[in-house]
Design a protein around this ligand. Structure first.
Ligand code: GUN
Ligand code: ZN
Length: 445
């Protein structure tokens, strides 16, 4: 076993023997067998933080040089690390706070908690715990909201950079309709965001996301300056919230009269495009969906949050039929778990409520290759294909006594994957690797 965070033998390659699984297409569009690469006895060869090859053990073993160290993970399933496309690190300590819906929850818990992040030491300590928690859950990339304080983003990026994780994050912009102690101005929000872009976007594995919190807390001037930055920096991400809650929708209609829909506001300010990522997207109509598809704007389904805050049920079938790119998010702390396995289970249940069946293949696709494509990071993360960054997770079908009994009875790969989702959580993650480095090992704790 490698030490956590330790150097991988710089001289040679390292190879991992296990079941291997990754996706080459959406299982919603083609048959499972055409969408997946699955090897029941596979070998994943890694060098210099990247995948060299993923193939059948018997075929590849003979060609391994004497300098290749083989790590034996037989009995386990290796797949690409999970990608959580929407969550808030400053809300780590208020997860599981009850409230009567989104707006009271923001006022009662979220805003007071976020005020603590002007203190860089607090921000650093929380970012460190948060990143450990992601690794424990097998999440190797996340799109992360910081707070309005530039220090909160600085602290987050420093922690993530030191661990060489592939993370996307941004300082929240909000210049109205929130407590004074959390407000920036249109100008300071844009200036601080630009400084952070120049300091962090594409530095090592860090990437920046312009982060207007949501339309109600940004003035038209702030959204306009955000749109200008988006134009100036076409490869940075944009992240915000959209159409989460019906009371929010009424408020948005009052604040922005004259717009056809909530989505239309972001469209008007130039904030729809590839690498624009919107959380929730529950209360959309067909025109909105067509526009998201046309602009390749990513919709993030956050099922545990939507159930917890009673926001509504995301219509996966409608999004899919319109060609809207979709990925999954935990939305911690509105969401109730850091685990993408639990998030996939909730997505399955929400889809069922509207008569749509989301298969386990589809759910794992959404959390890996589908998310990577939606983020315009296809080929780099979310896959075990040669050349990809070696971010992967080792799942244990025997992680708990119940999971062991159920997976022993699985008669197909779909049944095995389904059990991992429905019965899985952080205990299911035996190890997590980022850029070929071991960053979490369950059994070392
Ligand atoms: N809308 C605006 N801010 C937030 C937030 O922090 N969480 C959720 N779930 N929705 C929001
Ligand atoms: Zn959110």
């Amino acid at each position: 076993m490698q030490p956590i965070g330790g150097a991988v033998r710089p001289d040679g390659k390292i190879a991992y023997r296990a079941q291997l699984l990754y996706f080459t297409a959406s299982p919603e569009q083609v048959a499972n067998s055409d969408a997946t690469v699955y090897l029941s006895d596979g070998l994943l060869i890694v060098h210099d933080g990247h995948v060299v090859q993923a193939g059948d053990y018997q075929m590849l073993a003979a060609s391994l040089g004497a300098d290749t160290h083989v790590v034996d993970w037989r009995g386990k399933l290796i797949m690409p690390g999970f990608i959580d496309t929407h969550l808030h690190y400053p809300q780590t300590d208020i997860i599981a706070s009850p409230a009567e819906g989104l707006l009271p929850w923001l006022e009662t818990y979220t805003f007071p908690e976020e005020s603590r992040f002007q203190n860089p030491e607090h921000a650093t300590r929380t970012a460190s715990f948060f990143l450990d928690e992601l690794m424990r859950c097998g999440t190797t990339t996340a799109l992360v909201y910081c707070t309005v304080h530039p220090e909160s983003a600085q602290a987050f990026f420093e922690e993530s950079h030191a661990r060489q994780l592939r993370m996307v994050a941004g300082k929240v912009m909000m210049d109205r309709n929130c407590p004074d102690y959390l407000q920036d101005t249109a100008e300071s929000g844009a200036r601080d965001s630009e400084t952070l872009i120049q300091r962090w976007h594409d530095k090592g594995r860090q990437m920046y996301a312009l982060t207007p919190r949501f339309a109600p807390t940004s003035s038209p001037e702030q959204l306009a300056l955000c749109g200008e930055l988006a134009q100036q920096y076409p490869d940075v991400f944009i992240q915000s919230h959209l159409a989460e809650n019906t009371r929010e929708l009424e408020w948005v209609r009052e604040l922005f009269p004259g717009h056809r829909s909530y989505l239309d506001i972001y469209d008007y300010f130039g904030l729809l495009r590839p690498r624009a990522v919107y959380g929730h997207c529950i209360w959309l109509d067909e025109t909105d969906r067509r526009r998201m598809a046309e602009t390749q704007t990513l919709a993030v389904h956050c099922p545990t949050s939507n159930l917890f805050l009673a926001s509504g049920l995301f219509d996966f079938a409608a999004a899919s039929a319109s060609g809207v790119p979709v990925a999954l998010g935990t939305d911690v702390g509105g969401g109730t778990s850091f685990s993408m396995l639990q998030t996939m289970a909730a997505a399955h249940n929400v889809a069922r409520m509207s008569g749509h069946h989301l298969s386990a293949h589809s759910l794992f696709y959404l959390a890996t290759e589908g998310a990577a494509r939606g983020l315009d990071l296809g080929g780099r993360i979310g896959t075990l294909a040669p050349g990809a960054e070696a971010d992967f997770v080792v799942l244990d079908p025997q992680a708990t006594p119940l999971l062991a009994r159920r997976t022993a009875r699985a008669e197909s790969l779909e049944e095995l994957l389904f059990a991992l989702i429905v019965l899985g959580d952080d205990r299911t993650v035996a190890a997590t690797y980022s850029a070929g480095r071991l960053v979490h090992s369950r059994d070392q704790y």
